[in-house]
Design a protein around this ligand. Structure first.
Ligand SMILES: [Zn+2]
Ligand SMILES: [Zn+2]
Length: 279
């Protein structure tokens, strides 16, 4: 089972590997820069070297190390300036992944901002086609359907995905988002139905990463509020079946649970492992 948390790069990017190891991670996710800023400092060559050395000495493999795009870019924006800036950040992040030897870059699909889904998808696909790093796969993350966000159902994900090079793109499913978007994953039956639909539209072979989060909000709420594993509206039963399903496919699991006093990362990982072996 490949499992871990989103960890901080504070201090230096190679510190993220130490943090992942200290949390017993066999997979982990980072931002390579502040997620709430447009600008980024250049990665220091020495720190890149240290990152790679620490990673190769660990049990974590290069396909279980993931970068998440910062939050400000909107790859479907109708605003020309924001759109251009967003494409630049995507290209920068893909290049930073390549330098760090990381294969997976997760991105949100953006918001069409009250224009139309068709126009938004057109801009998004055009933006995604700007990435030309051969060793980096861009993972498109499904959304909860909040406001005018794209990628909230499999039919729409497929419309986007089928316009892209399958060798360079894949899908990341977030359990909180999928539940908020209306897919009932609280039972094994519901999970089976959900993935049958995913397979029909997108193809299961393109499912590369799971973001495992419980949801503070109800099914079909279209609101993205992550909760600790098993403590939200999805609950332990559904999440345990989800974990078992992705483990049969050897897909890495990343937790993006809240930072609060209720439970820490280590205990969320422990809970996930416990659910993976629950009957
Ligand atoms: Zn995300
Ligand atoms: Zn996520």
């Amino acid at each position: 089972m490949k499992i871990g948390s989103h960890v901080s790069i504070a201090g230096s990017i190679d510190n993220s590997v130490d943090r992942a190891i200290s949390k017993n991670c066999s997979a982990f996710q980072i931002f390579t820069r502040s997620p709430r800023s447009w600008s980024a400092n250049k990665l220091n060559e020495n720190n890149i070297k240290k990152f790679k050395t620490k990673l190769s000495a660990s049990v974590i493999d290069e396909f279980s190390t993931i970068v998440h795009m910062p939050y400000l870019p909107n790859l479907a924006s109708p605003n020309k300036i924001i759109y251009e800036k967003s494409i630049n950040v995507l290209k920068q992040e893909a290049s930073r992944c390549a330098k760090l030897g990381i294969h997976y870059l997760v991105t949100h699909l953006g918001s069409h901002m009250e224009t139309s889904e068709t126009k938004g998808i057109e801009r998004l696909v055009n933006a995604l086609k700007n990435v030309h790093e051969n060793d980096v796969t861009i993972l498109l993350e499904n959304s909860s359907g909040q406001k005018h966000s794209l990628g909230y159902n499999f039919r729409q994900l497929a419309t986007i995905f089928e316009q892209l090079d399958k060798q360079k793109f894949g899908i990341c499913i977030d359990t909180c988002h999928i539940f908020a978007a209306g897919y009932d994953i609280r039972s094994d039956k519901g999970i089976k139905k959900t993935f049958e639909e995913f397979d029909h539209y997108v193809g299961l072979e393109n499912f590369k990463l799971l973001h495992l989060n419980d949801s503070k909000r109800e099914l079909n709420s279209h609101i993205d509020r992550h909760h600790h594993i098993g403590l939200g509206k999805i609950g332990e039963y559904g999440l345990s079946h989800m974990i078992k399903f992705v483990n049969t496919k050897n897909i890495p699991i990343i937790l993006e649970t809240p930072v609060d006093d209720i439970r820490n990362d280590l205990d969320n990982i422990k809970k996930t492992k416990e659910l993976a072996y629950r009957d």
